[in-house]
Structure formats: C-alpha cells, structure tokens
Design a protein around this ligand. Structure first.
Ligand code: GAP
Length: 547
C-alpha cells in the first residue's frame, strides 16, 4: 500500500485537528506552547479511556493472586495543596530538570533533549546534506548523529556562507568560520583515520574558543552557544488570597502529580472505609509541569491528566505486588486495543531510579516519533514507604496502620501504577490510525469499539420516502444507551467516510427495503462488510458488539 509523503505523526496531528479530536490551545492568539484543547470527539475519547480505567480500578478491580477481588477506592483531591506537601514529597528541592539556554537566540532546552532535537533540526539536516551524511535515510533510523563522516572544509564553508546564514545564524562556523575550522584542522592532524562522528563535527562547528570552553554542543534552534546546564524547577506557582506580589506567604503550587493528594488522604480513607492493606486508592485528574521542552503533540505538555493508583501493602509483600501490577497494567493496555508488539516493559536500572524506589518499570509504547524505539506511557514504581514516611515527619501526624490481628503497627509500602490519560489518548490515536487508499476515506481510525467517541452512525439512505422518520425513531431509541450520531446529509459513501475518520465502529442505514421487511443494513468499520439485521434487534446487536 503506498503511503503519503507527510510523516505519520503529522498526519495524525492533522486528522486530530480536522475531525475535532485535539486543537492547539488559544489558537486564535497564536497558540501557547505545551497546551492543547480536546475537541468534541477528543473529549469523548478521553472520557471513555478514563471511564475504562476507573471501571477496571475502582468499580471492578482485578482479581488478586488469592482469587479474590482487590479493594481499590476512588478519591478526588485538590489541585492546590498545602505548600508543605511539596517540601515533604521532595518536589520543591528536587523536581527539576537540567536546563541550557542559548546565548544567541535565548531559547531554553532540557539538557537531555538537546541531542534528540539536533537530530530533527532543519539546519542540522541541511548541514548533514552538505557533508553528504545520509541524513534523510538514517534519520528514519534515528542514528545519524553517530555516523562517521569524512570532513570537507570547502563544503562546510560554502554551506556556512549560504544556507547556514539563514538556518543557523548562531553557529560559530557561520559567525567565524576561520577560527572554527582551524580548531578542527589542528585536531584532525592527530587523527590518522581522517574520520569523526557527525556529532563531533557539529560540536567543532559550534566552538570558537575550544581552548577555554572545550567542545560545545550547538543550540538546536540556531546553532548558537548553550550555557552550562542549570537546574530549573518544574512546578507552576500561584498565590492564595489577597497577598502582595512579593509576599511569599500565600505562595502555592499547582500539583505536578495527582499521587500526593492520595498520600495526604490515606489515613482518612483508612479510618472511614472498611479496608486494610493490601488496598488501593485511585485518582484521575489534571497535573501541571512547566516542562522545558513540551513536544510531540500531546505527548509532553504543560497541563495534562493522569490516572494514578497507590496500592498500600504490608512491607514484606512489596515485590510480589510490584510484579502483579506491572503484568496487570501491560495486560490492561492490550485490552484497550494496544497491540503487544507496540508495548514494551522497560525495567529501569538501579542507577536511573529514584533513590526511594526499590523497583520501577516503565510501560513504553512505540510512538511514530520514537520508532523503532519506545517512549513512556505509564510508570509502575515500588515507592516503598518513602511518601508516607515523609508526610508523617513533616506533618507530625502518625500515619501508621495498626494491624490488630497481628498486633503490630507499620507504615505500608506503596506500589504505584501511574499513567497519563492525555498521553493514553495519543497512544490510542497512534495505534488506531490506518491508511488505505482503496477506501472512501483513506485515513480512518480502528479504535476499540467500546472506546470510540461515537458508537453508531444512523443514516436514512435518502432524505425522503419515510426513511428519515424510521431512522430518527431508531436514533432516539439508541441514543439512550449509546453515543450515536444521526446524519442525513451528503451521499452515503461520504457519510461512511466521515464515520470512519471518527473511528465509529458501526453505521446503520435505513433504506427502501427497511420499510417493507423491517431490516436495516449495518456496516462494519473494519471490514466494510454489510449485514442485514432486524430493526428490533439493533439494540441487542450493539450491546453484544460493544461489550
Ligand atoms: N506519580 C508518579 C508520576 O507522576 P511520572 O512518570 O512523572 O510519575 C506518570 O508520570 C505518567 O504521567 C507518565 O508515564 C506519563 O504518561 C504522564 N506524564 C508525565 N508528564 C507528562 C507531561 N508533561 N505531559 C503528558 N503526560 C505526562
């Protein structure tokens, strides 16, 4: 099947906008980096994913290893909590990213994202082309920064004077090519192979004062000089009450994760419900992080939604429950229609884990912008008793569980499956996106039927001869149990195409024969096959197919 020129990710973003899944926030004012709005189809899809999660966590939790259903309770806590919360949790001291600023264009970058951004930067691809690094081909493999390259000084200078001036005005090679090239020349005399990696070459081209500064990695935006990395706190600040702007007494933070609200209320839940460890508390809600480099559509945004569950267990059972939840969460994402091949369990090595965590696995997905690699979708962390211990110390409130049966008291250990709801919507869109030129709408979404924003389109074949009346009656009946859409405009082919783009699994057509035999035609989105179903059986048909 031939594929269009535009990249897969760009096509998903543009379908999302065109069909009302996701719009840039504040678009009429030029947008706001890191913020997105969900349109009519998007909010429905997001709510369906949220409801599926809530149902599988709170209303019908999984069966535990002992064959009995787990106890998990729901909660909804404030976005703004007492500021001490974030001191205790470590977010005020430690929730920061290393940042670099460009001295020329003043843009900020997350230090650990610079190499990735260079790979995609227009000026780098153009420079690679001038140096005859197979940029276009290797870009697909995501590896060309490591490619080894034979340097051609004349081609570099030529590029600097033409394309470089426009694309990378901050690059040392463009600002002062003689000095930059002389560093390279001197060093290459000691390099018998005459080859260096393309990344090394970029570093030379960014470096004017090598003796003073060492080699510099260039700014992905303009090629300029980046400052040393500095820590930058990711929490958004606000103020409570009528306080002066320079008075810190009313300073509060928008929560960067929903988890801490759960820890603060753990004791109340324990005291007011009939649960005992092992048990969980689940929450869905907005979180805010002033991300340095929000990117990749709704993958990393500054305002997003999370679905988090803290599972409180006796300390000695921590690892057992950790393994249980990793397996359970992988299974759950597959149940939502995400294929096994696109999911990956990434066990975080000891050195990269938070100091308080005994084990963490990321559940990763193969996004179009990470392929063939994977990126995080959900984290499952064994957080030990770190959070409860911290809040116990900072609040001076005893948070221990009193186990009367075994005459002991302890701080439960916690296993936390934490996933992004908005990031989950991105995964559903990426996974569902299909391209098939032989269909009326080459682009269509193969969403799991129960998650689709619209479950059925209801059409009179023509807008006359008694068909609209029957179709409207059916619509009024079905909409009480399923999200349906009545559509009588344009040709039937165009109506199918619109529903395919929205990911609607079934289209029900009332035609001339319906009036005679009381049967309707139901078209299946995935197979485009049609079948005749009795009008009075349509409700049952949908109930069975959407279960
Ligand atoms: N309570 C633990 C916690 O918040 P995290 O790995 O930082 O852990 C959990 O976040 C999930 O939240 C991530 O796996 C991701 O799906 C989502 N998430 C985190 N930051 C995000 C962002 N800036 N934009 C969208 N989703 C984000």
């Amino acid at each position: 099947m031939s594929q269009p020129e535009t990249s897969l990710m760009n096509r998903i973003v543009s379908l999302s906008k065109r069909r009302g899944f996701v719009y840039p926030a504040s678009e009429i004012y030029g947008g706001l980096n890191g913020f997105w709005d969900f349109g009519p189809l998007g909010v429905q899809l997001k709510n369906n994913l949220r409801d599926a999660w809530w149902r599988s966590m709170v209303e019908c939790p999984p069966i535990g290893p002992d064959g009995k259903p787990l106890s998990i309770l729901g909660i909804d806590t404030s976005i703004i909590q007492h500021p001490k919360t974030w001191e205790a949790s470590g977010h005020i001291g430690g929730f920061s990213d290393p940042m670099q600023t460009c001295r020329q264009c003043k843009k900020l970058f997350r230090a650990d994202h610079v190499e990735d951004m260079l790979r995609d930067a227009e000026w780098v691809v153009s420079f690679a082309d001038a140096m005859k690094v197979a940029a276009a081909e290797t870009l697909k493999l995501g590896a060309f920064l490591q490619d080894s390259v034979t340097f051609d000084g004349a081609a570099a200078q030529n590029w600097a004077q033409r394309k470089g001036k426009r694309l990378a005005p901050g690059l040392a090679l463009v600002r002062n090519s003689t000095v930059t090239l002389s560093w390279l020349d001197e060093d290459m005399r000691n390099n018998p192979s005459g080859k260096l990696s393309f990344m090394d070459l970029l570093n030379y081209m960014a470096t004017e004062q090598k003796a003073k500064t060492g080699l510099q990695t260039p700014c992905p935006n303009c090629g300029g000089d980046l400052t040393e990395p500095r820590q930058f706190n990711l929490m958004f600040e606000s103020r409570v009450g009528a306080v002066e702007a320079d008075d810190d007494s009313g300073k509060v933070y928008l929560r960067p994760e929903t988890a801490q609200g759960i820890f603060l209320q753990y004791k109340n839940v324990l005291d007011t419900s009939r649960v005992r460890p092992p048990f969980g508390i689940a929450q869905v809600g907005k979180s805010f992080r002033n991300e340095v480099t929000p990117r990749n559509f709704i993958f990393r945004t500054r305002e997003f939604e999370q679905m988090e569950m803290e599972f409180f267990v006796p300390p000695e059972d921590g690892m057992k429950w950790y393994e249980f939840w990793v397996a359970e969460r992988l299974r759950w994402w597959e149940e939502q229609g995400v294929s096994k091949e696109t999911l990956f369990r990434h066990e975080i090595p000891d050195a990269d884990r938070s100091f308080y965590s005994s084990a963490t696995s990321d559940i990763e997905y193969r996004y179009p912008f990470t392929a063939p690699g994977f990126g995080e979708l959900e984290g499952v962390a064994y957080r030990t008793d770190y959070d409860l211990k911290q809040h116990q110390t900072f609040s001076k409130t005893n948070l221990e569980y009193i186990d009367q049966e075994n005459s002991r008291r302890y701080l439960p250990h916690v296993i936390e499956p934490a996933s992004g709801l908005t990031r989950g919507v991105l995964v559903l869109l990426c996974e569902a996106y299909q391209y098939d030129e032989s269909r009326a709408s080459p682009e269509w979404l193969k969403l799991k039927p129960s998650l689709a924003p619209i479950k059925a389109g209801i059409f009179p074949l023509v807008n006359k001869d008694g068909m609209p009346e029957v179709a409207e009656k059916l619509y009024l009946d079905l909409r009480r149990t399923h999200t349906c859409q009545y559509d009588a405009k344009q040709s039937i082919g165009k109506r199918y195409a619109r529903m395919d783009e929205a990911g609607t699994p079934f289209c029900i057509t009332i035609d001339g024969d319906t009036l005679k035999d009381q049967n309707v035609t139901i078209r299946n989105r995935d197979t485009a096959q049609q079948e005749r179903v009795a009008l009075d059986q349509v409700k049952n048909y949908l109930a069975t197919k959407l279960a």
